[in-house]
Write a protein that binds this ligand. Sequence first.
Ligand code: ZN
Length: 340
Amino acid sequence: MTKIVICALALSLFGCGTQKKVENADVMKYANTITAAELSEHLYIFASDEFEGRDTGEKGQKLAAEYLVKEYKKLNIPSPPGVTSYYQPVPSSAFRGNVKDSENVLAYIVGSEKPEEVLVITSHYDHVGMDKDGNVFNGADDDGSGTVAILEIAEAFMKAKADGYHPKRSILFMNVTGEEKGLIGSKWYTDNPVFPLANTVANLNIDMIGRIGNGKEDAGDYVYLIGSDKLSTELHELSEEVNRKYINMELDYTFNDENDPNRFYFRSDHYNFAKNNIPIIFYFNGVHADYHKISDTPDKIEYDLLEKRAKLVFLTAWEIANRENRPVVDKTPAPPQARR
Ligand SMILES: [Zn+2]
């Protein structure tokens, strides 16, 4: 009895004496818990017809949110303080047009040394629903791929934590709603942040990392990175360094040009963080023949490549969460109206 009480007290103060120096962790051991098999298992459920294309505010999106909550509970990751049952409500009034109440899904690992500093990892879990004939837009790549990657990344951090390697900074895993309606869920979060934006050290946003984009068919392993150098030289260098050290895939910066006609920098959830001066990296595979079509299905995902890209995000997150200082903001990006 006494022992349990002491342990409970110690747990609340120091994590029951099991915490180890995170610098000594074999980080690849945890990266390797992210597997093609588990990503595939999640995605075949998450992008199934049962979720009806996850249209914001509709039944399919609610079912998808419930799935995520169930998985976070399985992983023993709590809601952030002040958030009830993992949901941040995004009201109908936040949307243009006729969209029902919706919710962002948030899970949280508190940091051991700098708990007030938060790294946010995002992906949108909504998609575009069904067509008038009842065909489902499964959105396996957009953005089922990013969503299941976050589940696996969260699991990897929890496995490290179970071994005593707690991240120094806090990590917020956020599955965002309303992206397809105009980045509304992420805008709602940055307008109503759970943690002060001034203490939000970076945002890693994953939107479509399961396929090979147009023109990259013969490229080998690659991922497009967008935005990494826009606010923080240090974040960009950290990201390059992590890739060189552990993954060695091609980091393609073609779409990083703010004058690129596709304007991808402005087209996913990271932009709401970037416009608040928070350094971001957007991970993306480029568009392909099935983009926003009913043929974006889980059987077309390149699971080994998805695994590799998810590992890169995890390892980059690990470095941001654990290095001595948060990435320094040393640059001012051109405002959107300044682009050609
Ligand atoms: Zn998307």
